[in-house]
Design a protein around this ligand. Structure first.
Ligand SMILES: *Cc1c(COP(=O)(O)O)cnc(C)c1O
Length: 495
Protein backbone atom coordinates (compact mmCIF):
# COMPACT_ATOMS: atom_id res chain seq x y z
CA UNK A 1 0.00 0.00 0.00
CA UNK A 2 1.37 3.41 -0.94
CA UNK A 3 1.79 5.87 1.90
CA UNK A 4 1.40 9.50 0.94
CA UNK A 5 2.23 12.54 2.99
CA UNK A 6 0.45 15.78 3.68
CA UNK A 7 1.29 18.99 5.47
CA UNK A 8 0.12 19.49 9.05
CA UNK A 9 -1.13 22.89 7.87
CA UNK A 10 -3.17 21.67 4.93
CA UNK A 11 -1.26 23.34 2.10
CA UNK A 12 0.05 20.15 0.49
CA UNK A 13 -1.24 16.62 0.18
CA UNK A 14 -0.68 13.49 -1.88
CA UNK A 15 3.09 13.97 -1.61
CA UNK A 16 5.26 10.87 -2.07
CA UNK A 17 7.88 9.93 0.51
CA UNK A 18 10.73 10.88 -1.80
CA UNK A 19 9.19 14.28 -2.50
CA UNK A 20 8.63 14.90 1.20
CA UNK A 21 12.25 13.97 1.95
CA UNK A 22 13.50 16.34 -0.74
CA UNK A 23 11.40 19.24 0.50
CA UNK A 24 12.02 18.81 4.22
CA UNK A 25 9.40 21.35 5.21
CA UNK A 26 6.06 21.76 3.41
CA UNK A 27 5.65 25.01 1.49
CA UNK A 28 3.02 26.29 3.94
CA UNK A 29 5.51 25.98 6.81
CA UNK A 30 3.89 22.75 8.03
CA UNK A 31 5.52 19.38 8.60
CA UNK A 32 4.91 16.34 6.44
CA UNK A 33 3.01 13.52 8.10
CA UNK A 34 1.99 10.15 6.66
CA UNK A 35 -1.72 9.94 5.90
CA UNK A 36 -1.79 7.07 8.32
CA UNK A 37 0.75 5.42 10.55
CA UNK A 38 1.34 1.95 9.10
CA UNK A 39 0.89 -1.00 11.42
CA UNK A 40 3.42 -3.83 11.59
CA UNK A 41 1.82 -6.90 10.03
CA UNK A 42 2.54 -10.35 11.39
CA UNK A 43 4.34 -11.37 14.52
CA UNK A 44 7.18 -9.33 16.03
CA UNK A 45 8.68 -12.55 17.36
CA UNK A 46 9.55 -13.52 13.79
CA UNK A 47 12.00 -10.60 13.68
CA UNK A 48 13.76 -11.50 16.90
CA UNK A 49 16.97 -12.58 15.21
CA UNK A 50 17.00 -9.84 12.58
CA UNK A 51 20.03 -7.60 12.26
CA UNK A 52 19.58 -3.87 12.75
CA UNK A 53 19.69 -3.43 8.98
CA UNK A 54 16.92 -5.98 8.47
CA UNK A 55 14.67 -4.32 11.03
CA UNK A 56 15.45 -0.98 9.40
CA UNK A 57 14.29 -2.33 6.07
CA UNK A 58 11.05 -3.78 7.46
CA UNK A 59 10.13 -0.46 9.10
CA UNK A 60 11.30 1.96 6.43
CA UNK A 61 9.64 0.14 3.57
CA UNK A 62 6.29 0.80 5.22
CA UNK A 63 6.87 4.56 5.13
CA UNK A 64 9.04 5.03 2.06
CA UNK A 65 6.75 3.06 -0.18
CA UNK A 66 7.90 4.69 -3.42
CA UNK A 67 11.46 3.41 -2.94
CA UNK A 68 12.32 0.08 -4.54
CA UNK A 69 13.70 -2.67 -2.37
CA UNK A 70 17.09 -2.20 -3.96
CA UNK A 71 17.11 1.55 -3.40
CA UNK A 72 16.17 1.21 0.23
CA UNK A 73 18.60 -1.62 0.93
CA UNK A 74 21.39 0.45 -0.63
CA UNK A 75 20.57 3.41 1.59
CA UNK A 76 20.47 1.20 4.68
CA UNK A 77 23.66 -0.67 3.92
CA UNK A 78 25.55 2.54 3.18
CA UNK A 79 24.38 4.09 6.43
CA UNK A 80 24.70 1.39 9.08
CA UNK A 81 28.19 0.12 8.32
CA UNK A 82 31.68 0.48 9.82
CA UNK A 83 30.95 4.09 10.68
CA UNK A 84 29.41 2.51 13.77
CA UNK A 85 31.91 1.11 16.21
CA UNK A 86 29.79 -1.95 16.96
CA UNK A 87 28.03 -4.37 14.63
CA UNK A 88 25.00 -4.28 16.93
CA UNK A 89 24.63 -0.59 15.94
CA UNK A 90 22.60 0.15 19.11
CA UNK A 91 23.79 -1.92 22.08
CA UNK A 92 21.73 -2.03 25.25
CA UNK A 93 23.30 -1.82 28.69
CA UNK A 94 21.51 -2.71 31.90
CA UNK A 95 22.45 -0.57 34.88
CA UNK A 96 20.64 -0.18 38.17
CA UNK A 97 17.50 -1.88 36.90
CA UNK A 98 16.97 0.04 33.65
CA UNK A 99 18.03 -0.56 30.08
CA UNK A 100 20.15 2.12 28.47
CA UNK A 101 19.75 1.98 24.72
CA UNK A 102 23.05 3.39 23.50
CA UNK A 103 22.28 5.43 20.41
CA UNK A 104 25.71 7.01 20.20
CA UNK A 105 27.93 4.50 18.45
CA UNK A 106 27.98 6.32 15.09
CA UNK A 107 30.47 8.71 13.54
CA UNK A 108 29.76 11.72 15.75
CA UNK A 109 28.89 9.89 18.99
CA UNK A 110 25.37 11.29 19.43
CA UNK A 111 22.02 9.76 18.55
CA UNK A 112 21.66 12.13 15.59
CA UNK A 113 23.87 9.69 13.66
CA UNK A 114 21.05 7.14 13.73
CA UNK A 115 19.12 9.21 11.20
CA UNK A 116 21.74 11.45 9.68
CA UNK A 117 23.91 8.63 8.43
CA UNK A 118 21.03 7.53 6.21
CA UNK A 119 19.42 10.86 5.30
CA UNK A 120 22.02 11.84 2.64
CA UNK A 121 21.42 8.52 0.89
CA UNK A 122 17.65 8.89 1.10
CA UNK A 123 17.99 12.40 -0.25
CA UNK A 124 20.25 11.67 -3.22
CA UNK A 125 18.10 8.65 -4.09
CA UNK A 126 15.00 10.87 -3.88
CA UNK A 127 16.64 13.45 -6.15
CA UNK A 128 17.33 10.78 -8.76
CA UNK A 129 13.83 9.38 -8.54
CA UNK A 130 12.33 12.80 -9.10
CA UNK A 131 14.72 13.86 -11.86
CA UNK A 132 16.04 16.76 -9.85
CA UNK A 133 18.93 18.47 -11.59
CA UNK A 134 19.52 21.20 -9.02
CA UNK A 135 22.12 20.88 -6.31
CA UNK A 136 20.44 20.32 -2.97
CA UNK A 137 21.44 22.83 -0.32
CA UNK A 138 20.93 21.45 3.16
CA UNK A 139 20.22 24.15 5.71
CA UNK A 140 20.47 23.13 9.31
CA UNK A 141 20.07 24.80 12.66
CA UNK A 142 21.76 22.91 15.43
CA UNK A 143 21.86 22.88 19.19
CA UNK A 144 25.15 21.04 18.81
CA UNK A 145 24.74 17.45 17.73
CA UNK A 146 22.64 17.63 14.57
CA UNK A 147 25.19 19.97 12.99
CA UNK A 148 28.13 17.64 13.17
CA UNK A 149 26.12 14.55 12.34
CA UNK A 150 24.64 16.27 9.28
CA UNK A 151 28.05 17.60 8.21
CA UNK A 152 29.56 14.14 8.54
CA UNK A 153 26.70 12.65 6.55
CA UNK A 154 26.65 15.17 3.70
CA UNK A 155 30.36 16.06 3.43
CA UNK A 156 31.62 15.37 -0.09
CA UNK A 157 28.25 13.97 -1.19
CA UNK A 158 27.92 14.75 -4.88
CA UNK A 159 25.08 17.12 -5.76
CA UNK A 160 24.69 18.50 -2.24
CA UNK A 161 25.94 21.41 -0.16
CA UNK A 162 25.38 21.84 3.54
CA UNK A 163 25.24 24.96 5.68
CA UNK A 164 25.02 24.65 9.46
CA UNK A 165 24.07 27.46 11.85
CA UNK A 166 24.80 27.00 15.56
CA UNK A 167 24.45 29.30 18.59
CA UNK A 168 27.96 30.70 19.01
CA UNK A 169 27.94 30.45 22.80
CA UNK A 170 25.44 27.66 23.19
CA UNK A 171 27.28 24.43 22.38
CA UNK A 172 29.93 22.42 24.22
CA UNK A 173 33.63 22.96 23.34
CA UNK A 174 33.84 19.46 21.86
CA UNK A 175 30.68 20.01 19.82
CA UNK A 176 32.08 23.25 18.42
CA UNK A 177 35.47 21.75 17.65
CA UNK A 178 33.79 18.84 15.88
CA UNK A 179 31.89 21.21 13.62
CA UNK A 180 34.51 23.83 12.82
CA UNK A 181 37.06 21.19 11.83
CA UNK A 182 34.71 19.60 9.29
CA UNK A 183 36.30 18.75 5.95
CA UNK A 184 34.64 18.89 2.54
CA UNK A 185 34.34 21.84 0.15
CA UNK A 186 30.57 21.48 0.14
CA UNK A 187 30.35 22.23 3.88
CA UNK A 188 29.89 25.57 5.63
CA UNK A 189 29.59 26.20 9.38
CA UNK A 190 28.47 29.50 10.90
CA UNK A 191 28.06 30.57 14.52
CA UNK A 192 25.24 33.01 15.11
CA UNK A 193 24.84 35.59 17.85
CA UNK A 194 21.70 34.10 19.34
CA UNK A 195 20.37 30.87 20.79
CA UNK A 196 19.16 27.68 19.13
CA UNK A 197 15.61 28.94 18.72
CA UNK A 198 16.96 31.98 16.84
CA UNK A 199 18.93 29.68 14.55
CA UNK A 200 15.94 27.40 13.98
CA UNK A 201 13.56 30.32 13.34
CA UNK A 202 16.06 31.85 10.94
CA UNK A 203 16.32 28.62 8.98
CA UNK A 204 12.53 28.20 8.89
CA UNK A 205 12.18 31.76 7.60
CA UNK A 206 14.65 31.05 4.84
CA UNK A 207 12.65 27.97 3.87
CA UNK A 208 9.46 30.02 3.74
CA UNK A 209 11.01 32.77 1.60
CA UNK A 210 9.41 32.15 -1.80
CA UNK A 211 11.43 34.86 -3.59
CA UNK A 212 14.67 33.40 -2.35
CA UNK A 213 13.56 29.93 -3.46
CA UNK A 214 12.85 31.27 -6.96
CA UNK A 215 16.23 32.99 -7.08
CA UNK A 216 17.96 29.79 -6.01
CA UNK A 217 16.09 27.79 -8.62
CA UNK A 218 17.45 30.20 -11.25
CA UNK A 219 20.96 29.48 -10.01
CA UNK A 220 20.48 25.70 -10.01
CA UNK A 221 19.94 25.17 -6.29
CA UNK A 222 17.12 24.14 -4.00
CA UNK A 223 16.93 23.97 -0.23
CA UNK A 224 16.22 21.00 1.94
CA UNK A 225 16.43 20.30 5.63
CA UNK A 226 18.40 17.87 7.73
CA UNK A 227 16.56 18.89 10.88
CA UNK A 228 14.21 16.48 12.54
CA UNK A 229 11.32 18.19 10.79
CA UNK A 230 12.35 16.11 7.77
CA UNK A 231 10.35 12.90 7.61
CA UNK A 232 13.53 11.25 6.34
CA UNK A 233 14.93 11.72 9.81
CA UNK A 234 11.93 10.77 11.83
CA UNK A 235 11.33 7.39 10.22
CA UNK A 236 14.86 5.98 10.71
CA UNK A 237 14.49 6.84 14.40
CA UNK A 238 11.48 4.54 14.76
CA UNK A 239 13.71 1.59 13.94
CA UNK A 240 15.71 1.51 17.16
CA UNK A 241 12.62 1.40 19.35
CA UNK A 242 11.45 -1.68 17.48
CA UNK A 243 14.95 -3.10 17.66
CA UNK A 244 15.14 -2.44 21.41
CA UNK A 245 11.92 -4.36 21.96
CA UNK A 246 13.20 -7.27 19.88
CA UNK A 247 16.46 -7.20 21.77
CA UNK A 248 14.67 -7.42 25.13
CA UNK A 249 12.70 -10.39 23.83
CA UNK A 250 15.79 -12.06 22.49
CA UNK A 251 17.57 -11.65 25.82
CA UNK A 252 14.48 -13.05 27.52
CA UNK A 253 13.98 -9.94 29.60
CA UNK A 254 10.41 -9.76 28.33
CA UNK A 255 8.00 -11.99 26.41
CA UNK A 256 6.15 -11.03 23.28
CA UNK A 257 3.33 -8.66 24.15
CA UNK A 258 4.82 -7.47 27.45
CA UNK A 259 4.69 -3.72 27.86
CA UNK A 260 7.75 -1.53 28.17
CA UNK A 261 8.14 2.15 29.02
CA UNK A 262 10.57 4.47 27.30
CA UNK A 263 12.20 7.59 28.68
CA UNK A 264 13.56 10.09 26.18
CA UNK A 265 15.67 13.16 26.89
CA UNK A 266 13.83 15.63 24.74
CA UNK A 267 14.50 18.86 22.89
CA UNK A 268 12.88 19.21 19.50
CA UNK A 269 10.52 16.28 20.21
CA UNK A 270 11.84 14.18 17.32
CA UNK A 271 13.21 11.22 19.22
CA UNK A 272 10.20 10.72 21.48
CA UNK A 273 7.84 11.21 18.55
CA UNK A 274 9.59 8.30 16.84
CA UNK A 275 8.82 6.18 19.93
CA UNK A 276 5.19 7.28 19.67
CA UNK A 277 5.11 6.20 16.04
CA UNK A 278 6.63 2.85 17.04
CA UNK A 279 3.86 2.47 19.61
CA UNK A 280 1.21 3.29 17.04
CA UNK A 281 2.74 0.73 14.70
CA UNK A 282 2.12 -1.96 17.29
CA UNK A 283 5.18 -2.08 19.52
CA UNK A 284 3.87 -2.62 23.08
CA UNK A 285 5.08 0.63 24.56
CA UNK A 286 3.03 1.78 27.55
CA UNK A 287 4.29 5.13 28.79
CA UNK A 288 6.28 7.65 26.80
CA UNK A 289 8.20 9.59 29.41
CA UNK A 290 9.37 12.94 28.14
CA UNK A 291 12.38 14.29 30.02
CA UNK A 292 13.35 17.97 29.98
CA UNK A 293 16.14 19.98 31.56
CA UNK A 294 15.58 23.44 33.08
CA UNK A 295 14.00 24.50 29.78
CA UNK A 296 10.92 22.57 30.85
CA UNK A 297 8.38 23.92 28.41
CA UNK A 298 7.31 20.36 27.51
CA UNK A 299 6.94 19.29 31.13
CA UNK A 300 4.61 22.25 31.70
CA UNK A 301 2.74 21.39 28.53
CA UNK A 302 2.04 17.82 29.58
CA UNK A 303 1.02 19.01 33.05
CA UNK A 304 -1.30 21.81 31.98
CA UNK A 305 -2.10 21.49 28.28
CA UNK A 306 -0.68 24.96 27.76
CA UNK A 307 2.42 25.41 25.62
CA UNK A 308 4.14 28.61 26.65
CA UNK A 309 7.52 29.55 25.27
CA UNK A 310 7.51 32.95 26.94
CA UNK A 311 10.17 32.31 29.54
CA UNK A 312 13.84 32.72 30.09
CA UNK A 313 16.05 30.56 27.89
CA UNK A 314 18.50 28.65 30.09
CA UNK A 315 21.91 27.40 29.05
CA UNK A 316 22.44 24.02 30.68
CA UNK A 317 24.93 21.17 30.71
CA UNK A 318 22.62 19.33 28.30
CA UNK A 319 22.76 21.90 25.47
CA UNK A 320 21.15 19.68 22.84
CA UNK A 321 17.94 20.00 24.86
CA UNK A 322 18.13 23.77 25.33
CA UNK A 323 15.09 24.43 23.20
CA UNK A 324 11.84 26.32 23.80
CA UNK A 325 10.16 25.65 20.47
CA UNK A 326 9.91 21.90 19.98
CA UNK A 327 9.17 21.71 16.27
CA UNK A 328 8.11 18.10 16.09
CA UNK A 329 5.39 18.59 18.68
CA UNK A 330 3.38 19.98 15.78
CA UNK A 331 3.04 16.46 14.40
CA UNK A 332 1.53 15.30 17.69
CA UNK A 333 -0.76 18.32 17.97
CA UNK A 334 -2.01 17.67 14.45
CA UNK A 335 -2.79 14.08 15.32
CA UNK A 336 -4.58 14.75 18.59
CA UNK A 337 -6.73 17.46 17.06
CA UNK A 338 -8.09 14.82 14.72
CA UNK A 339 -5.64 15.37 11.82
CA UNK A 340 -7.30 18.72 11.30
CA UNK A 341 -4.96 21.16 9.54
CA UNK A 342 -7.22 24.14 10.23
CA UNK A 343 -7.18 23.61 13.98
CA UNK A 344 -3.48 22.82 13.97
CA UNK A 345 -2.73 26.00 12.04
CA UNK A 346 -4.57 28.03 14.64
CA UNK A 347 -2.38 26.64 17.40
CA UNK A 348 0.78 27.25 15.41
CA UNK A 349 -0.26 30.78 14.53
CA UNK A 350 -0.98 31.48 18.15
CA UNK A 351 2.46 30.12 19.02
CA UNK A 352 4.07 32.34 16.42
CA UNK A 353 2.13 35.48 17.37
CA UNK A 354 1.88 35.20 21.14
CA UNK A 355 4.28 32.39 22.08
CA UNK A 356 1.42 30.45 23.70
CA UNK A 357 -1.36 28.04 22.85
CA UNK A 358 -3.67 25.86 24.95
CA UNK A 359 -5.09 22.57 23.73
CA UNK A 360 -8.65 21.45 24.44
CA UNK A 361 -9.61 18.99 27.18
CA UNK A 362 -10.46 16.49 24.51
CA UNK A 363 -6.96 16.72 23.07
CA UNK A 364 -5.37 16.55 26.49
CA UNK A 365 -7.15 13.26 27.16
CA UNK A 366 -5.26 11.75 24.27
CA UNK A 367 -1.97 12.52 25.95
CA UNK A 368 -2.45 10.07 28.80
CA UNK A 369 0.23 7.81 27.37
CA UNK A 370 2.75 10.63 27.90
CA UNK A 371 4.33 11.63 31.18
CA UNK A 372 6.51 14.69 31.52
CA UNK A 373 9.34 15.29 33.94
CA UNK A 374 12.34 17.53 34.32
CA UNK A 375 15.72 17.54 36.00
CA UNK A 376 17.64 20.49 37.42
CA UNK A 377 21.36 20.92 36.82
CA UNK A 378 22.08 19.73 40.34
CA UNK A 379 19.92 16.63 40.05
CA UNK A 380 21.53 15.77 36.71
CA UNK A 381 25.06 15.96 38.08
CA UNK A 382 24.07 14.02 41.19
CA UNK A 383 22.63 11.23 39.07
CA UNK A 384 25.79 10.86 36.99
CA UNK A 385 27.83 10.49 40.16
CA UNK A 386 25.41 8.17 41.93
CA UNK A 387 25.03 5.82 38.98
CA UNK A 388 28.77 5.75 38.48
CA UNK A 389 29.43 4.99 42.13
CA UNK A 390 26.80 2.29 42.24
CA UNK A 391 27.49 0.54 38.95
CA UNK A 392 30.63 1.95 37.32
CA UNK A 393 28.54 2.98 34.31
CA UNK A 394 29.08 6.54 33.10
CA UNK A 395 26.30 8.38 31.27
CA UNK A 396 26.30 11.76 29.58
CA UNK A 397 24.37 14.79 30.81
CA UNK A 398 21.39 14.36 28.44
CA UNK A 399 20.95 10.73 29.34
CA UNK A 400 21.26 11.70 33.00
CA UNK A 401 18.33 14.12 32.64
CA UNK A 402 16.28 11.15 31.46
CA UNK A 403 17.57 8.97 34.30
CA UNK A 404 16.54 11.56 36.91
CA UNK A 405 13.11 11.89 35.37
CA UNK A 406 12.74 8.13 35.42
CA UNK A 407 13.66 8.01 39.13
CA UNK A 408 11.02 10.64 39.83
CA UNK A 409 8.45 8.77 37.74
CA UNK A 410 9.18 5.54 39.57
CA UNK A 411 8.85 7.20 42.93
CA UNK A 412 5.57 8.82 42.00
CA UNK A 413 3.89 5.86 40.30
CA UNK A 414 5.61 2.72 41.54
CA UNK A 415 5.26 1.50 37.94
CA UNK A 416 7.70 -1.41 37.59
CA UNK A 417 7.25 -1.90 33.84
CA UNK A 418 10.63 -2.72 32.21
CA UNK A 419 12.02 0.58 31.03
CA UNK A 420 14.31 1.66 28.23
CA UNK A 421 16.15 4.97 28.52
CA UNK A 422 17.27 6.48 25.24
CA UNK A 423 20.94 7.16 25.82
CA UNK A 424 21.53 9.97 23.38
CA UNK A 425 25.19 10.89 23.63
CA UNK A 426 28.54 9.46 24.56
CA UNK A 427 29.84 10.91 27.85
CA UNK A 428 32.97 11.87 25.88
CA UNK A 429 30.99 14.50 24.05
CA UNK A 430 30.27 16.32 27.30
CA UNK A 431 33.38 15.22 29.16
CA UNK A 432 33.83 18.31 31.29
CA UNK A 433 30.31 18.31 32.71
CA UNK A 434 30.40 14.56 33.23
CA UNK A 435 33.74 14.54 35.06
CA UNK A 436 32.81 17.57 37.15
CA UNK A 437 29.71 15.74 38.23
CA UNK A 438 31.81 12.83 39.41
CA UNK A 439 34.50 14.90 41.14
CA UNK A 440 35.38 18.61 41.06
CA UNK A 441 39.08 17.73 41.19
CA UNK A 442 39.03 17.17 37.41
CA UNK A 443 37.98 20.74 36.68
CA UNK A 444 41.53 22.10 36.37
CA UNK A 445 42.42 19.70 33.53
CA UNK A 446 42.24 20.93 29.95
CA UNK A 447 39.72 19.43 27.50
CA UNK A 448 42.00 16.74 26.15
CA UNK A 449 43.40 15.76 29.56
CA UNK A 450 39.83 15.34 30.67
CA UNK A 451 39.14 13.00 27.80
CA UNK A 452 42.07 10.81 28.86
CA UNK A 453 40.83 10.87 32.43
CA UNK A 454 37.26 10.03 31.45
CA UNK A 455 38.51 7.05 29.52
CA UNK A 456 40.11 5.73 32.71
CA UNK A 457 37.16 6.54 34.93
CA UNK A 458 34.56 4.99 32.61
CA UNK A 459 36.85 2.19 31.49
CA UNK A 460 35.89 2.91 27.88
CA UNK A 461 38.30 3.54 25.00
CA UNK A 462 38.38 7.09 23.64
CA UNK A 463 36.00 7.12 20.66
CA UNK A 464 37.36 7.75 17.20
CA UNK A 465 35.26 10.89 16.86
CA UNK A 466 37.32 12.47 19.64
CA UNK A 467 40.70 11.21 18.44
CA UNK A 468 39.94 12.73 15.07
CA UNK A 469 39.50 16.29 16.28
CA UNK A 470 42.47 16.34 18.65
CA UNK A 471 44.84 17.86 16.12
CA UNK A 472 42.45 18.78 13.33
CA UNK A 473 42.85 22.30 11.92
CA UNK A 474 39.95 24.76 12.19
CA UNK A 475 38.39 25.12 8.76
CA UNK A 476 35.34 27.25 9.55
CA UNK A 477 35.61 30.51 11.41
CA UNK A 478 32.44 32.40 10.56
CA UNK A 479 30.11 34.28 12.87
CA UNK A 480 27.07 36.35 11.93
CA UNK A 481 24.08 38.15 13.42
CA UNK A 482 20.82 36.23 13.35
CA UNK A 483 19.49 38.75 10.83
CA UNK A 484 22.34 37.99 8.43
CA UNK A 485 21.68 34.33 7.82
CA UNK A 486 20.33 34.81 4.29
CA UNK A 487 23.38 36.84 3.31
CA UNK A 488 25.62 34.15 4.71
CA UNK A 489 23.84 31.52 2.60
CA UNK A 490 24.19 33.59 -0.56
CA UNK A 491 27.82 34.31 0.14
CA UNK A 492 28.70 30.64 0.51
CA UNK A 493 26.78 29.70 -2.64
CA UNK A 494 28.36 32.65 -4.47
CA UNK A 495 25.04 33.84 -5.80
C1 LIG B 1 19.22 16.20 19.80
C2 LIG B 1 19.50 15.60 21.12
C3 LIG B 1 18.48 15.43 22.06
C4 LIG B 1 17.06 15.86 21.81
O1 LIG B 1 16.44 15.09 20.83
P1 LIG B 1 15.10 15.62 20.10
O2 LIG B 1 14.83 14.64 19.05
O3 LIG B 1 15.47 16.98 19.55
O4 LIG B 1 14.05 15.73 21.15
C5 LIG B 1 18.82 14.82 23.25
N1 LIG B 1 20.08 14.44 23.53
C6 LIG B 1 21.07 14.61 22.65
C7 LIG B 1 22.45 14.20 23.01
C8 LIG B 1 20.83 15.18 21.41
O5 LIG B 1 21.83 15.35 20.54
Amino acid sequence: MAILYSSTRGGESGVTASQAILKGLACDGGLFVPNEIPVIQGNLADWKDYSYQQVAYEIMKLYFSDFTQEELMNCINNAYDEKFDTTEIVPMVEADGVYYLELFHGATIAFKDMALSILPHLMTTSAKKNNIKNDIVILTATSGDTGKAALAGFAKVEGTKIIVFYPKNGVSPIQEKQMVTQEGDNTHVVGIHGNFDDAQTGVKNIFNDKELAAYLEEKGYQFSSANSINIGRLVPQIVYYVYAYLNLMKEERISLGDKINVVVPTGNFGNILAAYYAKNMGVPIEQLICASNDNKVLYDFFETGCYDKNREFMLTSSPSMDILISSNLERLIYRICGNDPVKNREFMESLKNTGVYSITEDMKKQLEEYSGGFASEKETAKKIKALYEKTGYVIDTHTAVAAVVYDKYLEKTGDKTPTVIASTASPFKFGRSVLNAIDSKYDSLDDMEQIEELSKVANVAIPNAIEEIKNAPIRHNFVCAKEEMVEEVKRFLQI
